[in-house]
Design a protein around this ligand. Structure first.
Ligand code: ADP
Ligand code: MG
Ligand code: MG
Length: 209
């Protein structure tokens, strides 16, 4: 598809909820190693709430803002406000456009990353969701500059997010609960980076169908 409409964005949220639910145990296990063992539970609850909050008959921006708001209000932990902010910033970037093309989606992903960093103050290398999201946005923009369409850009973003998440294993956490462990956080996959890769995989699923 060359563009996405409100139905496609609702499908993205539903697809993400499915993927998060299927992987909730794995995410929680990752968080048990370097955090408090609730990441899968937090996100499962948050994205279920987002699906329930999906409004009908509104533009893409309003879909993402509603989903983000539901996640902020229903998700405990650090990740709820961060994911909620990301979705709300992306939704705001769309304004009231009825269709979102590849360039507009790229701008929204950039805005989402900025929102996460404004709130959480993490930079790349801190072993957080930023280590998946930042390379995903960069890869999306590079694919766009190379002339890829929306589906190709989304696929590039998903691949970069997965690679970025894997890259968190050797890192020492400098933000969030895992940072309390200091060097003992090394050698573990960051749960939030791993869930961010799922969210972008879900976007590529929807964009490519
Ligand atoms: P909590 O740590 O409060 O229990 P979660 O377990 O749901 O929250 O989420 C943990 C994830 O949140 C981490 O794996 C990390 O990726 C992400 N995270 C934590 N703090 C930050 C931050 N300041 N910036 C970006 N991401 C963060
Ligand atoms: Mg946790
Ligand atoms: Mg917690």
């Amino acid at each position: 598809a060359g563009s996405m409409d409100a139905g496609d964005f609702a499908a993205w949220i539903r697809r993400t909820a499915e993927r998060v639910s299927a992987d909730a145990e794995r995410l929680t296990r990752l968080d048990a190693a370097i955090g408090d063992g609730d990441h899968g539970l937090n996100l499962d609850r948050g994205f279920r709430a987002a699906v329930e909050a999906l409004p009908g008959d509104v533009p893409p921006g309003a879909v993402l803002i509603a989903a983000g708001r539901a996640i902020v209000s229903k998700t405990g932990g650090a990740s709820g406000p961060l994911y909620g902010t990301a979705l709300r910033r992306a939704g705001k970037a769309f304004g009231d456009a009825a269709d979102v093309d590849a360039a507009a989606l790229g701008s929204a992903l950039r805005a989402a990353l900025q929102g996460v960093q404004d709130l959480g103050k993490a930079v790349e290398g801190d072993k957080t969701m930023v280590d998946a999201l930042a390379p995903a946005v960069a890869a999306y923009e590079a694919a766009l500059a190379d002339g890829s369409g929306l589906a190709g850009c989304a696929r590039a973003a998903a691949e970069a997010a997965a690679k970025g998440a894997d890259g968190t294993v050797p890192m020492r956490a400098r933000k969030g609960r895992a940072s309390y462990l200091g060097e003992r956080s090394e050698g573990h996959l960051d749960p939030g980076a791993s869930s961010t890769a799922l969210v972008l995989r879900a976007l590529a699923d929807v964009a490519g169908s």
